[in-house]
Design a protein around this ligand. Structure first.
Ligand SMILES: *[C@@H]1O[C@H](CO)[C@@H](O)[C@H](O)[C@H]1NC(C)=O
Length: 169
């Protein structure tokens, strides 16, 4: 009985059987690599959800009138104390291209995070600037719409843009 078991065990790891497993192992390696590349692709498009939520509208939402008033409600743009934000801007550009601003060689001083350095985009992006015309308490905020193009200034961390600081025309 005992010796039969030993032979059965030995049978399980005979070299011939290991060879049979090779195609399966290759397949597993391929699946692993595919998943790895896929994840990297996703990372490239990914951006801090809050940052995208705050500042990116691409492609631009089809809101023919009062674009800013709608967007400020839809994206919940307000001061932490629930007052209307004086000014806000939405960038109409692919998240991937906004991420790449972190590779820009153009460094400028940050306004709010001095003395750290910020990155200035190399090209202008299409954007909409919303300027408060009336209202104090969110959501009763009324904005005027300005379509423009501007360079953006961002702070970056290991993950990419951490904060979109401002724009310059
Ligand atoms: C709310 O916060 C904004 C920006 O931080 C500030 O300018 C404003 O005075 C504050 N308003 C009140 C009522 O606290």
């Amino acid at each position: 009985m005992l010796s039969m078991r030993v032979t059965a065990k030995r049978k399980g790891i005979r070299p011939k059987h290991v060879k049979d497993l090779i195609p399966l192992m290759i397949l597993m390696v391929i699946i692993f690599l595919v998943l790895l590349f896929w994840e990297n692709e996703l990372d490239e498009e990914a951006m801090a959800a809050t940052l995208e939520q705050l500042h990116v509208d691409y492609p631009q939402s089809d809101i023919p009138i009062r674009y800013c008033n709608h967007m400020v409600i839809q994206r919940v743009i307000k001061e932490p104390n629930n007052t209307c934000k004086k000014e806000h801007f939405f960038i109409h550009e692919r998240p991937r291209n906004i991420n790449s601003v972190c590779n820009s060689p153009r460094m400028v001083t940050c306004q709010n995070y001095a003395p750290s350095l910020c990155f200035l985009s190399e090209i202008k992006f299409k954007m909409t600037v919303c300027k408060l015309t009336e209202g104090t308490r969110y959501p009763a905020c009324n904005y005027r719409v300005f379509a423009t193009e501007g360079f953006i200034v961002v702070t970056c961390d290991d993950m990419g843009p951490a904060k979109i600081e401002r724009y310059t025309e």
